[in-house]
Design a protein around this ligand. Structure first.
Ligand code: COA
Length: 373
């Protein structure tokens, strides 16, 4: 039986950051302008006035202090309120492929591998910049990797579902070296004009190399088992797609083309789902709470993570047991748990067990039980 292992990870972090103060200042300028421009309609009760956002609310509701983005100038311009991302010619690398390259190279270097060793590339992310050709195939080409490549999307759970797909193929012997990349351009599908969610997301790309443990060139984590589950819900949804063109007159400003969520419902419904999922996964593998050295959780909201950590360990986890990165990166969709894993796993000792878990739209939840080799 082949045991798959995570042999390398990499994180591409965009150069630009937006602090909560910068974000709130831009939003409030936009809201004030909106209210002045629409004063008559607001007065007549036809439109709702926009309320201001606040740094204190953002920090206390989410734990987020700043986010990295591919373009901050557009987001912070009250006249624009979205990132201005240069359109690419077909001959140029796409934005997601470009973000993926640096994360992929770091992951391969850590694994002691070169692109020629790779025979599977999975681009697993929440929002793909085009439907086809698959972004993963473009990444395969730009890296100079062999084999085959495909895209997949399970929203915030894309990375763990991608790891399961790759680990299963490694076990079956159909691939020898898989590269999973998670380029998340969340800034482009976030509605920065909606104060309920304008603070939630940031951009990033993560990468992970999965190989048979016996082929590992250096320190690595054995993948003991993976577990994925889905249950349909409309509470986190994005309707952006080519079908939008079938509704004339609504193209420019349809709110449902961006990220939408019923945040409160998500909170209430996803927490039990995730806690139960992790408990069942651990029970199935005979892993007790005391056996778990680390939890690398999806990074959506600090209170959510605190709740899950308490539920899984049966006590308040020490900060090093459940590292958070969302104060710096915000919610980076599928990449969040992999950033946490990449930055906070080196210190684990051989035999130490940990669990990577992501969850989100779908609903979906994926967990990966790993052991330091
Ligand atoms: N600034 C100031 N006040 C704000 C605000 C802002 N930016 N956004 C909302 N508020 C107000 C609301 O209008 C509401 O006011 P009210 O009580 O007078 O109605 C109040 O603050 C509370 O808003 P609410 O949306 O209920 O806050 P919350 O505590 O539920 O936190 C989320 C909001 C989104 C952070 C939280 O629900 C969450 O994290 N949910 C899960 C998110 C998630 O995991 N999504 C998955 C994405 S992949």
């Amino acid at each position: 039986m082949i045991t798959p292992a995570i042999t390398g990870t990499g994180v591409f972090t965009p150069r630009e950051t937006i602090t909560n103060d910068e974000l709130v200042e831009a939003f409030n300028a936009y809201a004030e302008k909106f209210n002045i421009e629409n004063a008559e309609a607001i007065e007549a009760g036809e439109l709702e006035a926009k309320s201001p956002s606040s740094t204190e609310f953002i920090l206390s509701a989410s734990g987020i202090e700043q986010r990295y983005v591919m373009d901050k100038s557009g987001v912070l311009d009250p006249e624009v309120m979205h990132p201005v991302l240069r359109p690419r010619a077909d001959e140029e690398p796409g934005l997601m492929a470009e973000m993926a390259l640096s994360a992929a190279r770091d992951a391969l270097a850590q694994a002691g591998r070169t692109a020629e060793d790779v025979d599977l590339v999975i681009c697993a992310a929440s929002n793909h910049e085009r439907a086809y050709p698959a972004i993963a195939i473009e990444i395969q080409e730009l890296l100079g990797a062999g084999g085959f490549a495909f895209d997949m999307n399970v929203a915030c759970s894309s990375a763990t579902f991608g790891i399961q797909a790759a680990a299963d193929m490694i076990r079956a012997g159909s691939v020898k070296c898989a590269l999973i990349v998670n380029p998340e351009i969340c800034s482009a599908h976030l509605e920065w004009r909606d104060r309920d969610c304008h603070f939630i997301f940031g951009d990033v790309c993560t990468a992970a190399v999965i190989e048979p443990a016996e082929a590992a060139q250096g320190a690595h984590f054995l993948i003991r088992s993976t577990r994925c589950a889905t249950q349909f819900s409309n509470n986190i949804r994005n309707n952006n797609g080519f079908l939008r063109r079938t509704r004339p007159g609504q193209m420019e400003d349809r709110r449902d083309m961006q990220f939408m969520q019923e945040g409160r419902k998500v909170f209430k419904e996803v927490l039990p789902l995730v806690s139960r999922h992790i408990a069942d996964h651990m029970a199935e593998e005979g892993v007790a709470a005391d056996d778990l050295r680390r939890l690398w959780l999806h990074q959506a909201n600090k209170s959510m993570n605190d709740f899950i950590g308490r539920k899984v360990l049966g006590r308040v986890p020490a900060p090093e047991e459940q590292p958070n990165i969302l104060q710096d990166y915000a919610n980076t969709s599928s990449a969040g748990s992999i950033i946490a894993f990449s930055k906070y796993s080196d210190d684990l000792k051989p035999g130490d067990t940990g669990l990577i878990c992501s969850f989100g739209a779908g609903y979906s939840v994926g967990s990966v039980l790993v052991e330091r080799a």
